[in-house]
Design a binder for this molecule. Structure first.
Ligand code: CA
Ligand code: CA
Ligand code: CA
Length: 438
């Protein structure tokens, strides 16, 4: 059954892959990045076995620290001391483990949640394993012990140690046995370090240091994808990253895999990126936010910059008497964003012309020589970037002379009747005159 499921899943994967290759490729890349970042969190984020004879990244504050025999060692005279810390990274919610050996003398110490180390002091917690007991100090001025633990520690043997800190809770283990727990209200994150001090001359060794993060990754909002028309302004993406445990929190923003911005972020406050001024096209904006403690999160927003369709004037319809000349339609097409421009012109739905156009330059069509009738001229212009516009002008061609009207007919009829009456009267008069003459 599981096998069938697996085959089905694989089939679906390849089907999706073939349908949406570019999208899936991006998703897979993001997923891989994310997995890598998560993997760091699951495993030890820092290890040092000193087997290469070096203590890379360790900053000696005081004392004569040496890497000898594949371990880190310090010898101090009576009344002396020494401190060193790993400055490669600050940690929060972590487990600090290793082993230690008191060769002779008084104590070995472990430092954690170090904020700073300065001559004669600093800000950190210190777990002390001494031949007279195990205890802890909060080093910030008074240096008074905050934990006094009755436990045994002796010279001449290796001990494994583990300090866990989670939020404000810390615990100390020796050879996997819990020695004590404490609430660390002042410093809840920081560097790790090592120390010794000699009430009597002391030499001790440390080895196999590791830090495993129990840090929570930040979370991030997912702003909606956005689109705008070319040249529009005021477009931005605003992410908000949230994380309770941060070190040096920083972000990087990539546009189509190219780094375009970076900086610090603050939990709960927006990180805003203006996305104005892009050419027409599709862009992916990916932010990767790290918490400085090994935790990371990312998000991608797609920005589409759209083409603006052309506009066109609407010339008046035309009417002319058949045979007259000088009749033409003049359109002006305007568009700031164009690719390969083109127009097609139709008369009564039949293609009669085509060509190119330039923004703001008239496209003219002579419409002389038509027979009497009505014609529609429709132009369709494309901007070569998916935008188009059209307009239609009606051309009426009329006959040359106006026809006779009803009023004229009436006048003619009256004239005719008048003429007939006059002729009849004259004939009658002529006949009367002839009779009298007889
Ligand atoms: Ca070693
Ligand atoms: Ca975190
Ligand atoms: Ca356009």
């Amino acid at each position: 059954m599981e096998r069938k499921k697996a085959i089905l899943l694989v089939s679906c994967f390849f089907l999706s892959f073939s349908i949406a290759f570019p999208l899936l490729q991006d998703d897979r890349k993001s997923k891989m990045m994310f997995d890598e970042l998560n993997k760091i969190e699951d495993a030890a984020v820092y290890t040092e076995d000193f087997n290469d004879g070096l203590a890379q990244g360790w900053n000696v504050s005081d004392g004569n620290w040496l890497v000898l025999n594949n371990r880190y060692e310090i010898s101090v005279p009576q009344g002396g001391g020494g401190r060193t810390y790993y400055q490669g990274q600050q940690f929060t919610n972590y487990s600090f483990e290793g082993k230690m050996y008191l060769d002779y003398g008084w104590e070995v110490s472990l430092l954690f949640n170090i904020q700073e180390i300065i001559v004669g002091g600093g800000k950190y917690y210190q777990v002390i394993c001494a031949v007279d007991g195990i205890w802890m100090r909060e080093v910030a001025g008074t240096n008074e012990p905050v934990v006094v633990h009755v436990g045994s520690f002796s010279t001449g043997k290796w001990y494994s140690f583990k300090i866990t800190t989670s939020g404000t809770n810390m615990s100390f283990y020796l050879n996997d046995t819990l020695q004590f727990s404490y609430t660390t209200l002042i410093y809840t994150w920081g560097y790790i370090g090592l120390r010794t001090a000699g009430l009597i001359a002391t030499r001790c060794y440390y080895d196999d240091i590791s830090v495993t993060s129990m840090n929570d990754s930040p979370t991030i909002t997912h702003p909606v994808d956005l689109q705008y028309f070319l040249s529009q302004t005021g477009n931005s993406i605003s992410w908000t990253v949230t994380d309770l445990n941060v070190g040096l929190a920083s972000y990087t923003i990539y546009r189509n895999d190219s780094l375009i911005a970076s900086g610090p972020w603050t939990s709960g406050l927006p990180v805003t990126r203006n996305v104005d001024g892009l050419a027409i096209g599709s862009y992916n904006y990916t932010i990767v936010a790290t918490d400085g403690l090994g935790g990371s999160v990312q998000d991608t927003v797609i920005v589409n910059v759209l083409n603006v369709a052309p506009t066109i004037t609407h010339p008046s319809d035309i009417s002319y008497v058949v045979g007259l000349t000088g009749n033409q339609i003049s359109w002006i097409i305007t568009d700031a964003s164009t690719g390969t421009r083109g127009f097609t012109l139709y008369r009564n739905g039949i293609l009669i012309a085509s060509g190119s156009w330039a923004s703001g330059v008239p496209v003219m069509k002579n419409v002389d020589g038509l027979a009497i009738g009505s014609y529609n001229y429709t132009i369709v212009a494309i901007d070569g970037l998916g935008g188009s516009v059209q307009d239609t002008v009606i051309v009426n061609v009329t006959s040359p002379a106006p026809p006779v009207t009803g009023f004229d007919n009436l006048v003619m009829l009256l004239c005719l009747l008048g003429s007939v009456g006059l002729v009849g009267y004259l004939i009658k008069k002529t006949e009367e005159n002839a009779t009298r003459t007889k």
